[in-house]
Design a protein around this ligand. Structure first.
Ligand code: K7E
Ligand code: CUA
Ligand code: CA
Length: 649
């Protein structure tokens, strides 16, 4: 066996070891495969051919031996992927088409790698209780989307939701860090988000200024423990957050609930699929109606209503609440909302890159509903008497359709959760079929995926520049695809080449549960800073000569700098009970030269990147010597890079 010549591979791997590892792999895959074949999830429709024979790939899955676009060691990816992190409450950055995870950006939950939730700067973003501790330490992020300009991503911001605590975080795409978090009031089950793609009011504003947020769960409008038994008091709201200030601009009182959100390329419309038009507060009640809805929001009219003072408020909140209920919006000439009927409990709404359609997936119905946006606007303009005539196709795709991506060549790719498939279908052919042309073949291809896919997205999919090259599929179950690691399995992210007529599966990679939505865009749409600007930190310790311990009573400020491989203070003295704020500036001005600062027994660890300043505040509540050491490998003398904190009894 030939040794791997690549410098990034382990050159010690010799032939016998390698063979042994292969044997192990084959055996364990076989065992896991048998167990996996029995998984039906208690849901109907797991097709026989999607349950693989032990150790063998599914029959219809095609794989490349040497996949096109394979990224070799040392080569850079051509796309960025922004992934939601699920319960870890972070955003993950992947390179594409390799699928390599490059980075994780902590948002809603603490992260000791960067000191998120430990430094004063990050705590101010995350939000604290009066005692200075974090308000929340759990998260559940599902959806991530980036800011637009002229129908494409502009590399300014991305946003991500937190379902548990109704928070939306903004990520700066120059530093790939979270810079603001807003908690949306009066909602629970905050799920879908989508930025507008341009302004509905001012045509000169061709970029994102708002982010729309849908909430799933109904709660009493004033949730103070008084109206909990009265279902008629339970409401779900649709919210608009300002992209710059991150303040909640307005909310809409609706009938039913929200789920995912989509926006039109002209900025005029936002929509959310509704699975609970029944306003049911119990499982059974949410499925009693045969059809639910996709609710459309007329953004310019809502903005005008807010401007004209046509709103109420909830409790002592100042946020304008406009009335988007069915009863108040029957007249198209004044309506703020429109409820388009779609089959039972839909999931997912996605905007086609040609700007013409929103596609709602059926979930409990094997169909996708195609809604023509021009016709929805016609209804608002009084030119379409029946709103449901905006539905131009409702076609069968397979069991459990959830989310849809696009290739920019007129094809849509929808995940079928129950069938464990991706179905590629042609939107115009589906419209022809729906209008009575039985010869129109809208299903172009089907691909088995492993297994039970949720979100799906294609390179540049929901932009005007969808390029139809790569597709990623987030599979909720990996079953037999990886070495078993105990009862908790990873999820399985799969990469599919969609450049040809047939979809070709090119790679699997395991992901830590549980990501949901993601976007993939060209790498040149983002310009990142490799070194911070010291002037952006008002508390920066600009020179090592400014270092020292500055005392006012028991309030102590420790100023320090780092420059490989030393901290400016070799030691510093404190008194028991001191309220200490330690400020550390990294003077190194070299790309990739990050230092850490960990204080033994004081539960503190954070990093400072080149030219960055960070601070921590703590009480010197334990007497003795406590080494502060650099926790981020930086230099041959990294282990010697220390400072000694001495707390006098
Ligand atoms: Cu379908 Cu929360 Cu986007 Cu997950 S949701 S899959
Ligand atoms: Cu500085 Cu390691
Ligand atoms: Ca329903």
């Amino acid at each position: 066996m030939k040794k791997d010549q690549s410098p990034n591979h382990n050159l010690d791997t010799d032939a016998p070891q390698d063979a042994g590892r292969r044997k192990f792999l084959t055996q364990t895959t076989a065992v896991a495969g048998l167990a996996g074949a029995g998984l039906t999830l208690g849901l109907a429709g797991c097709k026989d051919e999607s349950a693989p024979a032990a150790g063998a790939p599914a029959a219809k899955t095609e794989t490349h031996a040497a996949p096109a676009g394979h990224i070799k060691p040392g080569e850079l990816d051509t796309y960025y992927g922004l992934w939601s992190g699920g319960h870890t409450g972070d955003m993950r950055i992947l390179g594409f088409p390799s699928g390599r995870e490059i980075h994780r950006i902590p948002c809603f939950t603490p992260d000791p790698l960067v000191g998120w939730g430990i430094t004063n700067e990050s705590k101010a973003i995350m939000g604290t209780k009066p005692d200075g501790s974090l308000k929340y330490t759990v998260g559940d992020s599902h959806h991530t989307h980036a800011s637009y300009k002229d129908g494409n991503y502009d590399g300014r911001y991305a946003w991500i939701n937190d379902k548990i605590n109704a928070r939306i975080a903004r990520i700066r795409l120059d530093t790939f860090t979270c810079d603001k978090i807003t908690e949306i009031p009066h909602v629970q089950g905050f799920h879908g988000i989508f930025p507008d793609k341009r302004d509905a009011v001012d045509p000169a504003i061709n970029y994102t200024t708002r982010v729309f947020c849908g909430s799933e769960f109904h709660i009493p409008l004033v949730n103070d423990g008084k109206n909990m038994g009265d279902d008629s008091q339970y409401r779900a709201l649709f919210s608009c957050v300002d992209a710059e200030t991150m303040d909640v601009r307005w909310q809409v009182l609706i009938d039913g609930n929200c789920d995912l959100v989509a926006t039109s390329f002209d900025g005029k419309l936002a929509a959310s699929n509704q699975y609970n038009t029944e306003n049911g507060q119990r499982f059974e009640n949410m499925m009693s109606a045969e059809r639910d809805a996709c609710i459309f929001f007329n953004i310019a009219r809502i903005e005008q209503a807010v401007k004209d003072g046509k709103f109420t408020t909830i409790g002592d909140s100042k946020i304008p609440l406009v009335d988007g209920t069915r009863e108040a919006n029957k007249n198209p000439a004044t309506a703020l909302t429109a409820y388009v009927s779609v089959p039972k409990n839909p999931h997912g709404v996605n905007a086609s890159p040609d700007g013409k359609y929103f596609i709602c997936a059926g979930k409990l119905s094997p169909t996708a509903t195609v809604i023509e946006l021009a016709k929805v606007l016609d209804w608002f303009d009084g030119k379409l008497p029946e709103l449901d005539k905006s539905i131009v196709a409702e076609v069968e795709l397979g069991l459990g359709p959830l989310h849809t991506a696009f290739d920019g060549r007129g094809n849509a790719y929808t995940t079928l959760f129950l069938d464990s498939q991706v179905v590629k279908w042609n939107v115009e052919a589906a419209i022809k079929f729906h209008s009575g042309d039985n010869t129109a073949k809208y299903v172009v291809d089907r691909l088995d995926v492993q297994y039970q896919p949720g979100h799906i997205n294609a390179s540049q999919s929901e932009t005007m520049f969808a390029d139809g090259k790569w597709l990623a599929v987030g599979c909720k179950f990996s079953k037999d695809r990886y070495l078993p690691v105990g009862p908790l399995h990873p999820e399985n992210e799969q990469i599919v080449d969609i450049s040809g007529d047939k979809m070709v599966l090119v790679a699997d990679h395991p992901v830590r549960p549980e990501p949901h939505d993601f976007i993939i865009f060209k790498r040149d749409l983002v310009r990142t800073k490799q070194v911070y600007n010291m002037a952006d930190f008002p508390n920066a310790v600009k020179n090592s000569s400014e270092s020292g311990v500055f005392r006012e009573g028991n309030k102590v400020t420790v100023k320090m700098t780092s420059q490989a491989p030393i901290f400016s203070l070799r030691d510093f003295n404190l008194k028991l009970g001191d309220e200490v704020t330690l400020i550390l500036t990294n003077l190194d001005n070299i790309e990739d030269l990050t230092h850490g600062f960990a204080i033994e027994k004081y539960n503190i660890n954070f990093i400072v990147n080149p030219q960055e300043t960070a601070s921590v505040t703590f009480k010197a509540d334990k007497p003795g010597v406590f080494w502060c050491y650099c926790s981020h490998f930086c230099h041959a003398l990294h282990l010697e890079m220390r400072s000694r904190m001495m707390v006098e009894a």
